[in-house]
Design a binder for this molecule. Structure first.
Ligand code: SF4
Length: 331
């Protein structure tokens, strides 16, 4: 009988988002300052052996779904060997979130490894605005990655952060990707994980505003039932091959069915995106902890979990505001 994992609010926990690095080759302004961030010294990053051991322990506890994130995961050397190793752990799904700048040449191998889906972070289809947002000239490579993912039939979702005065004119061109391609396009509320803290007293482009904007262009847009624990509210425009999703990541409307935990590049467990980290599993492992002791530490953390992202943010030390770069968490 497969193990099942629950938190203190009765939510089943079966999904881990593991950030394999904090390094990134883009400088998206909503994630980090132009000069970048102080990266974690390499020896403080989880090693592949440690990440593999972690996935063995977590998969025996009931985790069935893994998403690799970053920074940019494909920046880390030998990532494909690690993917080959974890793909033998019997997980139901292995998914990856990438900015697509380095991915295209790897797509055939990702297909062979049976990667379940790829989330492509892409906030605009305009080359100049891409440069403005990411501060890098990598647009063509990202579009090539999208073509390769479609060519190899890997389930692809495009994630676009909606930013006032930056890319709101891109919402419809991005949504149109789903008309002709089996791509799900998801629009994400901007979050304060930008290395500087929130600069919006009120989020103008929240999930309601995004939906209103889409409805103006697609009055026939239909609400779809949400898969269990979905962060995305899903819609379909009749005739479109892909779905449209809205992720209220700042408004935190979906915490009631949250099924995920996060492991940061340096091994910090986060039981909520908005907390400051519960304990460092890398330190536990390097201190000689047994798998049993790691198990107990995870169970204890899940027994003291915030009920939602607002409570998690309030529980931060001294109510310190969220300001860390998303590149240090993994999204
Ligand atoms: S904000 Fe926290 S509790 Fe809510 S869905 Fe995200 S991780 Fe889960």
């Amino acid at each position: 009988m497969a193990a099942k994992l629950y938190d203190n609010h009765g939510r089943e926990i079966n999904y881990v988002r593991m950030a394999v690095t904090d390094r990134c080759n883009l400088r998206c302004f909503y994630c980090m300052p132009a000069e970048g961030i102080d990266y974690v010294p390499r020896k403080e990053l989880l090693s592949y052996e440690e990440m593999h051991r972690l996935m063995q322990v977590l998969s025996q506890m009931g985790i069935t779904k893994l998403r690799l994130t970053g920074g940019e995961p494909f920046i880390r050397r030998d990532i494909m060997d690690f993917l080959a190793a974890v793909s033998k752990l019997g997980l139901e799904q292995i998914n990856i979130t990438t900015n697509g700048t380095l991915t295209a040449p790897l797509v055939p191998e990702l297909k062979k490894l049976g990667i379940h889906s790829i989330n492509l972070s892409l906030d605009t289809l305009d080359k100049d605005r891409f440069y403005e947002i990411t501060r890098r000239n990598e647009f063509d490579k990202v579009m090539h990655t999208m073509d390769e993912l479609l060519r190899y039939g890997i389930k692809t979702k495009v994630n676009a952060v909606v930013m006032e005065n930056k890319n709101t004119e891109d919402l419809i061109p991005l949504a149109e990707l789903a008309r002709h391609q089996p791509i799900d396009v998801r629009f994400i509320e901007e979050m304060p994980f930008n290395g500087a803290g929130s600069h919006y007293p009120v989020l103008a482009w929240n999930h309601r505003h995004i939906l209103d904007h889409l409805r103006q262009h697609y009055p026939e847009i239909e609400r779809l039932p949400d898969p269990p624990s979905s962060t995305s509210a899903n819609y379909r425009v009749p005739g479109f091959k892909g779905k449209i999703g809205i992720i209220a990541a700042f408004s935190r409307t979906f915490c009631g069915t949250c099924n995920r935990i996060r492991i940061t590049p340096q091994g910090m467990l986060k039981t909520c995106l908005y907390d400051e980290g519960i304990f460092n599993v890398r330190s536990l492992m390097r201190a000689g902890a047994t798998n049993e002791q790691m198990r107990d530490a995870f169970l204890d953390a899940l027994n003291h979990r915030a009920k939602d992202g607002w409570e998690a943010e309030r529980n931060r030390n001294f109510g310190s505001p969220v300001s860390e770069s998303m590149s240090t968490i993994g999204g």
